[in-house]
Write a protein that binds this ligand. Structure first.
Ligand code: IMP
Length: 181
């Protein structure tokens, strides 16, 4: 039995499973409108945090899609951001002149979003690059960057669930929760 300092009994629901489900329908619709009709989209799922969001989101897409997965090291096991980012397991196909959608769980300081968008622009020269995140912690931003589209704006709280973790735990929760101080 693992003893965690942040316990599930203390967790409060911030965004319910139902709210997420509803949001994904409109978000997917709006994302698709930003791409040329009928053209294929390369969906880049940023592991591990966006796995649930991304796999649920693509179920609503009508465009033909390809799914790719990349892993970025950013938080480690702490709940603090770092600008020491690294792309790991970055084996992607040729995305030159392709429609690319980067799918992130949350945009917090903006460091990861900047790193990813620069990486894709410089290395891959896509035809169109769109960045989406389920959650937007606008008030925590350190870099001047905004997602093209996002699901929910949230306060500067550390959240878990629906792919987001604390020390690797709580990713499996179907809702977004937070630990009150
Ligand atoms: P940023 O680079 O500070 O914008 O942070 C982006 C990454 O930090 C996300 O992809 C998450 O993995 C992680 N992160 C930021 N805020 C939270 C949070 O509240 N809970 C869990 N992970 C977070």
């Amino acid at each position: 039995m693992v003893i965690l300092d942040k316990k599930i009994e203390e967790l409060k629901v911030l965004i319910s499973e139902e709210e997420i489900k509803e949001k994904l329908i409109t978000l997917a619709e709006n994302i698709e409108k930003t791409f040329p009709a009928d053209e294929e989209i390369y969906v880049i799922c940023v592991l591990k945090g966006s796995v649930m969001f991304c796999t649920d989101l693509v179920k609503h897409f009508k465009h033909p899609i390809q799914m790719e997965f990349i892993r970025i090291s950013s938080y480690g096991h702490e709940s603090k951001s770092t600008n020491n980012l690294q792309a790991i397991d970055l084996t992607l196909p040729n995305l030159h002149e392709k429609n690319v959608l980067i799918v992130e769980d949350i945009i917090d300081t903006g460091l990861t979003a900047r790193f990813l968008t620069d990486l894709f622009k410089i290395k891959h020269h896509p035809k169109k690059l769109v960045f989406t995140a389920l959650l937007n912690k606008k008030c925590a931003r350190q870099i001047d960057i905004e997602p093209d589209l996002y699901g929910f704006e949230i306060d500067d709280k550390f959240v878990v669930g629906y792919g987001l973790d604390y020390k690797g735990y709580y990713r499996n929760l179907p809702y977004i929760g937070y630990f009150p101080n």
